[in-house]
Design a protein around this ligand. Structure first.
Ligand code: SF4
Length: 310
């Protein structure tokens, strides 16, 4: 027997309310995490002109969208200018971003530079083109930032990009090095910021779907996405599935580094270390049992200092 119309309508209404509630929660979370990252790292100051690099992917759309929301409620004034670099990749739909940016009424600049041909000319067929391509792109964006009078360059890298980079560097580069939320550019002239540093990729994907951003595919150049990065992404996903909370713990760990308990002699003066004769309550417990040894996987005991995702 069919359910009465009134109960079907009530159920639909309930579903719609639930979806609206979840969407609202997502928006609040995105704003809160971006606000937290901006505050924690003093990314944006009064009077800044922030150049948002827009590729046409879900992350950079999310960055611009949430930053504009944050600007409305920020206690400081700052300008936003969106910049896209048209690298002349075959099939790049050059009309999409200008149309979108006009629609949302954001000042923008499209820089056209045929880096695609340069990369194709210089890199032998079958070799990875990303490294030269991104070096060229970086140089162009730094120059454009100067021409536009931008004081900050905002990039759309998120928390998962940062963690993937951390493990890439550790596994393949022999370095404990992630992706900084704020840095001085290699030409020394710009401050680059990553306001999505605390934001999960899955939240940006949901936001992009919800907002129906006109996404431009990222494989137009024909280059394969870095396979090693894919491997890191899969590893982190698998860890999180098998050990819920592990990602939070890793994020917390990169925000709470103890140089005296690593082995980098440039960060800690091991050579000149002497006993002080003074007891230190926060001192080392070198002879104690490893606190995690009997309780592996119990992440409740770990202080998640950086932020709360919910
Ligand atoms: S995927 Fe293509 S556009 Fe992106 S960095 Fe690599 S070569 Fe450049």
């Amino acid at each position: 027997m069919n359910a009465p119309l009134a109960s079907v309508q009530a159920a639909n209404l309930k579903d719609a309310e639930k979806v609206a509630y979840e969407n609202n929660k997502l928006e609040k979370r995105l704003c809160r995490l971006m606000g937290q990252a901006i505050g924690d790292f003093n990314m944006i100051e009064d009077g800044d002109r922030v150049m948002v690099c827009l590729s046409g992917g879900k992350d950079s759309y999310g960055l611009l969208d949430i930053l504009l929301k944050m600007r409305q409620r920020a206690p400081i004034n700052f300008d936003v200018v969106a910049v896209n670099l048209d690298q002349k990749q075959p099939g790049f739909p050059a009309h999409i971003l200008p149309e979108y940016l006009k629609k949302i009424d954001v000042p923008f600049h499209i820089e056209t530079q045929d880096t695609y041909s340069i990369v194709k000319r210089l890199i032998p067929e079958g070799k990875t083109t990303c490294s030269l391509c991104s070096r060229l792109r970086r140089g162009i964006l730094y120059r454009v930032a100067g021409e536009l009078g931008a004081t900050k360059i905002a990039l759309g890298h998120h928390r998962d990009d940062i963690l993937e980079t951390l493990f890439l560097n550790m596994f393949y580069g022999g370095k404990l090095k992630g992706m900084p939320p704020k840095l001085v550019s290699d030409d020394g002239k710009n401050i680059v910021i990553r306001p999505l540093a605390y934001v999960r990729e899955q939240d940006l994907a949901r936001w992009a779907e919800l907002k129906q951003f006109p996404i431009i595919p990222c494989d137009l150049c024909g280059s394969q996405e870095n396979l090693k990065r894919k491997e890191m992404k899969a590893m982190l996903r698998d860890w999180e599935k098998r050990y819920p909370g592990r990602i939070k713990s890793i994020v917390s760990a990169v925000s709470a580094v103890t140089p005296s308990h690593l082995m980098d002699r440039s960060l800690y003066p091991f050579e000149t270390l002497h006993a002080t004769g003074q007891a230190d309550v926060n001192g080392d417990i070198a002879f104690d049992e490893d606190p995690c040894a009997n309780d592996a996987g119990d992440l409740k005991s770990i202080q998640i200092a950086a932020f709360n995702e919910d």
